[in-house]
Design a binder for this molecule. Structure first.
Ligand code: TPP
Length: 637
């Protein structure tokens, strides 16, 4: 297929076809020059199109895909030289390196180059992680570290006689699943070849510092793999190692050492290189490389913003994922240092900056552990610390990864742990990362029996309520899960325009808040769905439809007063960013029926693959004010 270059300002049509034969492990001058040319071309393209994500404010990841270009170029040449010998897919454990997949889809003629300039934009079909079936040319789904090698083992078993490659990373290798995959690969002599980018960088820092003693090479050798290690930036040794891997039957890992973002001034060796390249650094890079059209394009991108004005909510915004950490710091500040050390342990999984834990590390490093990218083990460590009365384990990560920890949560419950978990990035708002990073199955955390140890799920609606919630439940026993969004949220206002949860408000677990009274029926919402539902309620009121609104900030406990009130009204509509199959709506109808309450009932939630972008995810799922108003009108017709 030919490359559809369109208006893409870097000439991807110049990409060179390179013939390689792995039985010859040295490169000719011509092959070396062609590979180096392709590497530079693709690195320039990646810097440019990922920077469009930075310019649009949708974020993204540059360093990971940029780093692994040399091995991807060699693989592409091999796949095309001996198509029968490989499964020609660039399987990647690190879904954030999706730029690679989009670029290769373009070079294969499946994706117009022009589209790359819409990286992570809403409705561009180029979300932050690869999704099979969504993007032309993308051949697998990924995004959760440590989830791909185990899967690729099966792909390799299904393709006897072929080698299957999996791009790995020193981040993904920290996940326990990869240890299991390694043992299976060795035990079953699976013909899988790992190409591991060992740049000693993850999001929150350097593995060599936060997990001293961890060596990717020794770990894999310990599992019985054959390992070749080399400098990923030395194309001759990289190629020779890949040839050795192909010529050695069974599982082999090639570990490629390199600094993060080699050759990018301002990012080389820095863990900031993990994220999207900042526009100023990209401009400097592209200018130095003579890509003036790309520079012009980047300079002219305007950052879109959501100009919708929500009624019933303040202009002031709070970042609840940070407020969680700040509120914990407030509580910890009231303890003496000895007491704090004795009674609290905070365990991070490489996301301290995203989940608000960095506030705790900053204020009280003595109780903070950087636990690496191993959520299951870290949650258990926090739970184990909180086994004794008077002790609290604190754990946080993205809500998407709650699903990974269900078994550990069950064991924490059976061991009667005092465990306070913060799962940020709940729901779908602002999730350009898309479906794999949606935190929509959070009710799975409420999986104990009726007579089990206390488990509470909380999703505060604004920053005032988050602070009050943390203070209220911090010292409680049992498992407590607090959710927040990636996006900021406004403060809820009462009917008089005052902050609902300001002043002396105190949070009572299990109690629902009546945000607005109504005669026509009630909406039940929580988290960031509340201010959107409130806007719908205010607008419906202007149309003469008086709908009430309940903020159900404790998700898994029935408030008998509130349910009696809404159950006696003409309709109940649950609106949530959680999965329609597993969310609050899937339970609320049963709770009503159990009490003999039979209002009309409906529930809106996340029900389809995401659209990428930020706030656009809400209207895409039909749970924005317009979607809510339409549903209310259906129920009141
Ligand atoms: C299971 C899981 N936990 C956490 C994350 C969040 N996360 C995304 S990338 C990343 C760090 C990745 O480091 P590495 O794979 O070495 O990539 P690099 O920084 O070199 O790009 C983390 C913690 C994730 N995607 N999946």
């Amino acid at each position: 297929m030919s490359i559809n270059v369109g208006t893409f300002p870097i000439d991807l049509g110049a990409y060179k076809a390179v013939k390689l034969d792995p039985s010859v492990s040295t490169l000719t001058d011509e092959q070396r020059e062609a590979l180096k040319f392709n590497i530079q071309l693709c690195r320039d393209a990646l810097i440019f199109f990922t920077a469009t994500g930075a310019a649009r404010g949708v974020g993204g990841h540059t360093g990971g895909p940029y780093d692994t270009v040399p091995e991807v170029m060699i693989l592409d040449a091999l796949f095309k030289s001996q198509p029968d010998d490989y499964v020609p897919i660039f399987f990647d454990e690190a879904g954030h390196r999706v730029g690679t997949q989009y670029l290769m889809a373009t070079l294969d003629g499946d994706l117009p180059a022009e589209q790359l300039m819409q990286y992570r934009a809403a409705n561009s079909t180029l979300p932050g992680h690869p999704e099979l079936g969504l993007t032309p040319g993308v051949k697998f789904s990924s995004g959760r570290l440590g989830h791909m090698w185990p899967y690729v083992n099966g792909v390799a078993i299904a393709n006897p006689g072929k080698a299957v490659f999996c791009l790995g990373s020193d981040g993904a290798q920290q996940e326990g699943d990869d240890a299991e995959a390694a043992r299976l690969a060795v035990g079953q002599y699976i013909n899988v070849k790992l190409l591991i980018d060992d740049n000693d960088v993850t999001i929150a820092g350097n593995p060599s510092e936060y997990l001293p003693g961890f060596s990717v090479k020794k770990t894999l050798e310990g599992h019985g793999l054959t390992v070749f290690e080399g400098d990923g930036e030395d194309i001759d040794s990289l190629y020779a190692n890949i040839c050795k891997a192909i010529n050695t039957p069974g599982p082999v890992a090639v570990i490629n050492k390199r600094p993060m973002c080699p050759g990018v001034e301002g990012l080389e060796g820095s863990n900031h290189g993990h994220d999207v390249v900042p526009v100023d650094i990209a401009l400097k890079y592209l200018e130095a490389r003579g890509h003036s059209k790309a520079v012009e394009y980047l300079k002219n991108i305007e950052k879109p913003s959501n100009t919708y004005k929500f009624m019933g909510a303040s202009d002031k915004l709070g970042s609840n994922r940070n407020v969680f950490g700040q509120a914990v710091v407030e509580v910890l500040g009231k303890m003496g240092e000895e007491e704090r050390k004795k009674s609290v342990l905070v365990v991070d999984s490489d996301l301290e900056g995203s989940c608000g834990l960095q506030h705790i590390r900053g204020a009280h490093p003595e109780i903070f552990i950087s636990g690496g990218i191993q959520e299951r083990g870290n949650l258990s460590a926090a739970a184990g610390f909180g086994m004794e009365e008077g002790k609290q384990g604190i754990f946080a990560t993205f809500s998407a990864f709650l699903e990974m920890c269900i078994s550990e949560i069950t064991m924490a419950r059976l061991n009667r742990s005092n465990l306070l978990c913060h799962f940020s990035h709940a729901g779908i708002d602002d999730m350009a990362d898309n479906t794999c990073h949606f935190g929509i199955n959070n009710m799975f955390a409420d999986n104990g029996l009726d007579d089990g140890y206390e488990t509470r799920l909380f999703f505060p609606a604004d920053a005032n309520q988050m602070t009050a919630c943390v203070k209220s439940v911090f010292n409680n026993k049992g498992l407590r899960f607090i959710f927040s969004t990636r996006s900021k949220v406004p403060m809820l206002l009462d009917g008089d325009g005052n902050e609902m949860f300001g002043g002396n408000y105190t949070f009572t677990p299990g109690k629902d808040d009546v945000v607005r009274e109504g005669k026509a029926g009630y909406i039940i919402a929580f988290g960031d769905a509340v201010y959107r539902a409130l806007d719908a309620v205010e607008r419906l009121k202007q149309e003469g439809i008086e709908v009430g609104l309940i903020n159900k900030s404790t998700l898994n406990v029935v408030d008998e007063d509130a349910i009696a009130k809404v159950g006696a009204s003409p309709f109940v509509l649950v609106v949530e960013p959680f999965n329609r199959r597993t969310g609050l709506g899937s339970r609320f109808g049963s709770w009503l029926l159990e009490r003999g309450l039979t209002p009309k009932f409906a529930y809106l939630g996340t029900h389809e693959e995401g659209c990428g972008g930020l706030w656009e995810q809400y209207p895409h799922q039909g749970i924005d004010p317009a979607g809510i108003m339409a549903k209310v009108k259906e129920l009141t017709a």
